[in-house]
Design a protein around this ligand. Structure first.
Ligand code: ZN
Ligand code: ZN
Length: 372
């Protein structure tokens, strides 16, 4: 059945979130209605709101949802009403990369996650009046979870244990998966290797925590905010480099006896940082690009500098299959070896603008909205 919800709608590019009533379309056979308990705020939400990434408007964002299954379409088999679930990105499930277990590289990733509508172009939300009436773009990452209820693709959902702390685990769906997956699924650093993370916000710190599970003997955090570097140390970084001093690649060479770093993770989205992350590579080293600058951004690369067996690879969502990977991360959190709680600060949903401000000022690493 159609259902009403309170949603944080972005009426137009750059506008603040407006809490307003929306009506959700009735679930299709492969869709699920989720009652939100919590939703993490990710930089991608803010980039879309600011117009740096493509999206129709007005739109309901939010792509780190967590909650209870309320209603399921008749073809849904993986969850039933009452189940606790985390929400992640969506994918088609039928293209070559989806079938190969790499749904983050789904051929339909952009339209399915950023298109504002289902794959067939049909809308999922409409405004109930007040600031927004008529069609509202939804289906953001297959969920649009900045709302009391979300109409989600079954493929977004990851069932978790009945005692799972949803308000803590919500950020696993994007930011934590991205940082941890880049290390655990893509780079897979060997014992005794060296690894540097550029930009230790939520994604970068997830990479640090994942690296600290084992493997690298040196984990270097690079950032311009001293408090973030301190937090990175607390979470497992063995060394820190304050990038305000410049010469970051040289500093990393000094730290590694001149060899350079085996693995670099660029999580800041800053092109200067990316250049340094490539320059700092050791022979046969790999740089993983995770941070997304504006569409169309290019970076010059010294081609001869790469000929020593070096690789540069772009990574989306940690190349994770959420249904396999999120339960692993939830287990690491429960065992206390992936201390996500050190990153999270909670805000009531109505205070979403406060959460945005604190995030933009760098006062909070991972804001998580909570719903009554
Ligand atoms: Zn696909
Ligand atoms: Zn995200």
């Amino acid at each position: 059945m159609a259902r009403t919800a309170t949603a944080a709608v972005v009426p137009e590019i750059g506008a603040p979130f407006a809490l307003t009533g929306v009506t959700l379309d009735a679930p299709r056979p492969d869709e699920v209605v989720v009652r939100l308990v919590a939703a993490g705020l990710c930089h991608t939400d803010l980039s879309v709101r600011a117009g740096k990434l493509p999206s129709p408007f007005p739109v309901v964002l939010g792509h780190e949802g967590a909650g209870f299954v309320e209603e399921v379409g008749y073809r849904v088999t993986s969850v039933t009403p009452g189940d606790k679930v985390l929400l992640s990105f969506t994918s088609c499930g039928t293209c070559g990369n989806c079938l190969a277990g790499h749904p983050a590289y789904c051929a339909g990733f952009l339209p399915l996650n950023f298109g504002g509508a289902r794959a067939d172009g049909s809308g999922t939300l409409s405004g109930d009046g007040g600031p927004v009436t008529g069609p509202v773009a939804g289906h953001f990452f297959g969920q649009s979870s900045f709302a009391t209820y979300a109409l989600a693709d079954e493929r977004c959902l990851v069932k978790v244990a009945p005692d799972a702390p949803l308000d803590l685990l919500a950020p696993l769906g994007c930011g934590m998966q991205t940082g941890a997956g880049t290390v655990l699924n893509v780079l897979r650093p060997e014992i005794g290797s060296t690894l540097a993370v550029f930009g230790v916000g939520a994604v970068g710190l997830a990479a640090v925590m994942a690296a600290a599970l084992g493997g690298p003997s040196r984990i270097v955090a690079v950032d311009v905010v001293p408090e973030r570097l301190e937090l990175a140390r607390e979470l497992g970084a063995t060394d820190v480099v304050d990038a305000r001093g410049g010469e970051v690649a040289a500093a990393l060479r000094d730290l590694t006896g001149g060899a350079g770093v085996d693995y670099t993770v660029e999580a800041s989205g800053n092109v200067g940082a990316l250049s340094a992350a490539i320059d700092a590579l050791a022979l046969r080293g790999t740089c993983a690009i995770v941070g997304a600058p504006a569409f169309g951004t290019t970076v010059p690369v010294d081609v001869n500098g790469l000929l020593g067996g070096k690789r540069v690879v772009g990574v989306t969502e940690g190349d994770a299959d959420p249904r396999r990977f999120l339960p692993l991360l939830a287990d690491l959190v429960a065992r206390g070896v992936f201390p996500l709680d050190k990153l999270v600060r909670h805000y009531p949903f109505v205070d979403i603008e406060k959460a945005v401000l604190a995030t933009e000022r760098g006062e909070v690493v991972k804001a998580v909205l909570t719903f009554d």
